[in-house]
Design a protein around this ligand. Sequence first.
Ligand code: AMP
Length: 215
Amino acid sequence: MRLILLGAPGAGKGTVAKMLTAIDGSVQISTGDILRAAVKAGNELGQQAEAFMKAGDLVPDTLIMDIMKERLQADDCKAGFLLDGFPRTIPQAQALKTLLVDLEISLDAVVSLDVPKEVILDRLTTRRTCENPDCNAIYNIKSSPPKQEGICDKCGSKVVQRDDETEEAISKRLDVYNAKTAPLVEFYDQEGSLLRVNATSSEVVVAAIRNKLEI
Ligand code: AMP
């Protein structure tokens, strides 16, 4: 399947994407994961992105489009892809539209995960992430903690709170989301490809997507 997952930080895009990969071998493409891995590796991309990310700001569109142009042409995307955290701005959505036409790829749907703000805030402050860039498993210290505190069930690496999940950075990220990313819901609604889901749980979202795509 080929989907865009839209939603505020903490809406559950990553968890849903991971569940969907198991259905048909589509790959999860998270620009946040790609950027965090680059920061960890200390490469040029990481050095360019780090300050924006730490502050809860968006990384410039040109950097993101360079990443995505290359990523969408990788062999593993042939089985399908789930875009998680991209596009994040109207210019990214417009550039993606052109890129998909060039690559002769069509999307199955754009899914908006709608979650009330109080739930988002609670989820983000209690979310923990595996620091291994090849794993990136997501936990929640309240609802789904790792079996052994601070250790990933899947790969044994450390489970940590992300640098941009301090209260200050979270509040900035939500403001940035409302200003720059929320308008994408309207953009894709006008394109006629939008599925809105009341994302009370990741299971509910996956079921709505399966229903829409009849898979
Ligand atoms: P995420 O893991 O999706 O919440 O992304 C973490 C951070 O990476 C964001 O707060 C941004 O600084 C940056 N980022 C991820 N995806 C994008 C994107 N598509 N455009 C701009 N910045 C991004």
